[in-house]
Ligand binder design. Structure first.
Ligand code: DGJ
Length: 529
């Protein structure tokens, strides 16, 4: 009896301490989905990723002080860093966590989150980051064979040995992360592989691949695409080779992602070398078999463990940027710029992602040599990041709830309109703000730097901001009543609470709400006259 009472009080203590432990540990980062929108939650709170990605060869301990200094110039909340298979497993079966641990330590020291980029079987449609013991043993770790029968610089996605080797390293990485970061979540997402697909061949012509190419297309693919059963050539016609390689590549990466998630289920995505800018030759202009827009559904038919597909967008043409983001912002995929150019012209395009209610935006190669171009790029992206990071939870949640809208200046579109509910709209005129009336015809700003957003808050007010933009609230309701500004507050959010620094009125509101290059937030209340 006494023993039993003692035992039950021990059991009670164990329950209490388990409860304390679970209350203390933050939940693992995860993706929440509702209808056509997705939201990343970090420590249980909505999180919009504002990231800087280090150059490919910068994720070494010796490089971190300089690389971090450059990254911090952008005021990012997250840093994306490659993890090199060739370093992590230089000797087969022996995992070296030196780089991983240094990255986590540096991020914690500087209050940044990390996204890990697994440079494994694929890096830009090639195999340059596989360990030497893989590169040097093609008999055991076979290559993709091109149509002439020659090996390429790409591992075959049809080889079990290749898959087993990569999967074992990737799961070791996730197991280590769970051990050292399972409570802190410094690392919030993983990108599995980098711009996968094949450069130098449209598909593998090795013996195993040839047999699979002649077989019936898996039902998962034909069902998703609404196609009748048949072999690859019959089902996909001239696109059969690319579709086959997309399926093989996606299926291989799915198995790696699934194994990683079984160990430690971080949000997981893949990035894409896009089919855009007139690129049309798979295997030449872009890696064949990546999740390009024309292969998106093939990919999604076999990748349940991949949360979403990111976009690596390197164009400073606003219309093209908008178009490719539109191709990937779908009911089954959020907008996520996994890489973009470290270029001042590209900074406004972050607002396209806001308009899609996306996951975030990551600027590539920020640890460049110093110079005026680098400084201009850092300054342009910093304006966005400094403005948005203090409200990263509000914009992530607002996008998820369809309460966030944004516009970007484009050539010939110096004036745009954001429609709101109840007959309200916001007229946006781009250009460096000038005090006084808006001219009837607004020219574009010299460098087309304009962007603006409007976030409808749950209390009926609007949070607004922008760069090189003038915003005017207008009421155009059929009841004929015009609108008025009730209050315009300038302020900032501190620990989630709105702190007002002043009320704007008179010259600061009579000619619209004007935004220059300073990160500036206004909270606006309007009502019919
Ligand atoms: C896209 C790749 O994913 C990056 O690792 C890097 O190679 C850039 N291209 C360079 O433009």
């Amino acid at each position: 009896m006494r023993f039993n009472r003692f035992a039950s009080s021990i059991a009670g203590l164990a329950v209490v301490s388990a409860m304390v432990a679970s209350a203390a540990a933050e939940p693992i980062p995860r993706i929440e989905r509702r209808d056509d929108r997705f939201m990343l939650l970090v420590d249980g709170k909505p999180y919009f990723v504002l990231a800087a990605q280090l150059h490919n060869s910068s994720a070494w301990p010796a490089m971190l002080p300089e690389a971090w200094r450059a990254a911090e110039a952008l005021a990012p909340n997250t840093i994306e860093v490659p993890i090199y298979w060739e370093q992590f497993e230089a000797q087969k079966g022996r995992f070296d966590t030196t780089n991983v641990d240094a990255l986590i330590a540096k991020a914690r020291e500087t209050g940044k989150r990390l996204v890990f980029l697994w440079f494994g079987t694929w890096k830009n449609g090639q195999m340059h980051y596989v360990p030497e013991w893989v590169k040097g043993d093609p008999a055991r770790y076979p290559r993709t064979i091109d149509e002439r029968g020659l090996p390429t610089d790409v591992l075959s996605p049809h080889s079990q040995a290749n898959l087993d080797a990569d999967r074992s390293a990737y799961t070791a990485l996730l197991a280590h992360l769970k051990k050292v970061d399972g409570e802190r979540h410094t690392v919030i997402m993983v990108q599995v592989e980098n711009e996968p697909g094949a450069i130098g061949a449209v598909r593998d012509h090795g013996a195993e691949a040839e047999a699979a190419f002649r077989a019936t297309v898996p039902a998962a693919v034909t069902t998703r695409l609404g196609k009748a059963p048949g072999d690859w050539r019959t089902v996909f016609g001239p696109d059969a080779d690319e579709a086959f390689n997309a399926w093989a590549t996606a299926r291989y990466i799915e198995q790696i992602a699934a194994a990683g998630k079984a160990v430690y289920p971080l949000p997981t995505y893949v990035n894409v070398w896009m089919r855009y800018k007139g690129f049309s030759r798979p295997g030449g202009d872009y890696p064949s078999g990546g999740a390009t827009w024309n292969m998106f559904d093939v990919w999604r038919s076999v990748t349940p463990s991949i949360d979403f597909i990111g976009t690596d967008v390197y164009t400073s043409d606003a219309a093209e940027y908008r178009k490719v983001l539109g191709q990937y912002a779908r009911a089954d995929n959020p907008s996520w710029v996994s890489e973009t150019g470290f270029d001042p012209k590209i900074a406004p395009y972050l607002f396209y992602v806001l308009n899609h209610g996306g996951i975030g935006f990551s600027v590539f190669g920020i640890d460049d040599a110093k110079g005026p171009t680098t400084d201009a790029a850092a300054a342009a992206h910093r304006v966005n990041f400094a403005l948005l990071d203090p409200i990263r939870d509000l914009i992530a949640r607002g996008g998820f709830d369809h309460r966030l809208q944004a516009v970007v200046e484009e050539p010939g579109q110096a004036r745009q309109t954001i429609p709101l509910a109840d007959g309200w709209r916001v007229d946006v005129a781009f250009g460096p703000p000038a005090w006084g009336d808006t001219p009837a015809i607004v020219p574009n700003s010299p460098e087309q730097t304009g962007r603006a957003f409007v976030l409808a808050m749950n209390d009926g007010s609007f949070l607004v901001s922008g760069v090189d933009a003038r915003l005017e609230f207008k009421r155009v309701s059929s009841d004929g009543r015009r609108g008025q500004l009730m209050r315009v507050e300038e302020g900032r959010f501190v620990d989630g609470a709105w702190q007002v620094s002043r009320w704007l009125n008179g010259d600061e509101t009579d000619f619209g709400l004007n935004f220059g290059h300073e990160p500036r937030l206004l909270r606006v209340r309007v009502a019919p006259l």
